[in-house]
Design a protein around this ligand. Structure first.
Ligand SMILES: CC(C)(COP(=O)(O)OP(=O)(O)OC[C@H]1O[C@@H](n2cnc3c(N)ncnc32)[C@H](O)[C@@H]1OP(=O)(O)O)[C@@H](O)C(=O)NCCC(=O)NCCS
Length: 327
């Protein structure tokens, strides 16, 4: 039986992790609803959310989707959940739904698709979507089509990729650009202000971008981010010492993970991402890291150009997608 969960019950009846409890308990300004599939004895067999976009009143999202594939009639249950969420959106005048997106792209979104070709089986990484493959079939059967694809790629021989960005590094250094570590322990207020300014400027035009929610970023995203900060995360400074870009990278399972790179639009196209990459790869190499992962990059995104230098050393690819339905 599908039931709508009241906002004040979300943490108890809908959330699965402490982080989800924080997101679900946050006072977002957009209209949202949450449904569970309740089985016998109150067991929760599936769930889904629906919310309206803050940018476009005719666009919405479905997210936090889950449905236990081992329970009898799982596909029918899944289709009912997706159907309930889309009807809720349609009743509010929504014409286009994207999913799965947990409210918006600040939080988890995308479904894992079939892996791309590779010579090695990589580890599973904590930051990537991972769900039973049948969820993809269920979205398709519910009338959703794959509209955007993303990939994470693994590379070995970091030592052979590193020299390829030396020229960009030297040029930026000669022009007076520099780096400084991102460090919430000693610089929390200044660093958070710089991060929100850079994010608001550089992700403005991203696929499914919503108005940048400064408070949600500071209270929900930044604390998670802080736990992963190390010398591999840093700001790029212009010759006057102002933060004009940042790199959020961290080591995991012997890999250097390139998670987020952002350069303010007025500084883009000048080789500064390549400058930052070179700095990060140098640090990694000094720390004995020999592999790199480019994480969750959209097919065709500008950041794909940065991967050219590693192309010959790619050893695996994970793929993900966002789905869409017109109502
Ligand atoms: C992605 C991003 C960080 C790149 O920063 P940047 O400083 O503009 O990148 P660079 O100038 O170092 O360019 C990197 C390479 O891509 C190439 N490139 C960039 N745009 C290109 C284009 N449209 N066509 C062909 N090559 C292109 C550059 O020539 C450069 O290669 P080179 O060093 O061999 O000449 C920046 O565009 C950005 O912040 N985008 C918004 C946020 C984002 O999407 N981040 C990535 C996902 S987390």
């Amino acid at each position: 039986m599908i039931l709508e969960v009241r906002i004040d019950d979300l943490q108890k009846r809908f959330a699965k992790t402490d982080f989800e409890k924080k997101i679900l308990g946050f006072p977002f300004g957009f209209d949202r609803a949450h449904f569970i599939d309740e089985g016998e004895g109150g067991a929760i067999l599936g769930r889904i959310s629906a919310n309206v976009s803050s940018r476009n009143p005719e666009a919405g999202y479905i997210g936090f989707f889950d449905c236990d594939p081992s329970v009898a009639g799982a596909e029918q249950r899944a289709l009912s959940l997706i159907g309930q969420a889309t009807v809720w959106l349609r009743d509010r005048g929504i014409r286009t739904v994207h999913g799965p997106v947990n409210y918006h792209t600040l939080f988890d979104y995308r479904l894992r698709l079939e892996d791309g070709p590779g010579s090695e089986v990589p580890p599973e990484f904590f930051w990537e979507p991972s769900q039973p493959a049948c969820h993809v079939d269920w979205f398709r059967r519910a009338g959703f089509e794959l509209v955007e694809e993303y990939h994470s790629r693994g590379y070995h021989h970091l030592d052979r990729i590193l020299p390829k960005s030396q020229d960009r590094f030297d040029q930026a250094l000669a022009k007076g650009f520099s780096v400084r570590p991102l460090d919430f322990a000693s610089n929390r207020t200044r660093d958070l202000t710089a991060l929100t300014r850079i994010n608001a400027g550089s992700f403005e035009q991203s696929f499914l971008a919503e108005p940048f929610d400064d408070r949600a970023y500071r209270e929900l995203v930044a604390p998670r981010f802080a736990a992963l900060l190390s010398e591999f995360s840093f700001f790029i400074l212009n010759p006057s010492g102002e933060e004009i870009g940042y790199f959020f990278l961290f080591p995991e399972s012997g890999h250097l993970v390139w998670k987020t790179l952002a350069i303010l639009p007025e500084y883009q196209g000048a080789g500064l991402a390549a400058f930052g990459i070179h700095h990060a790869l140098t640090l990694a190499s000094r720390n004995g890291i020999t592999r790199v992962v480019s994480a969750l990059i959209r097919n065709g995104a500008q950041s794909e150009h940065l991967l050219k230098r590693g192309e010959a050393f790619q050893i695996w690819e994970h793929r993900y997608g966002v789905f869409r339905k017109h109502l």
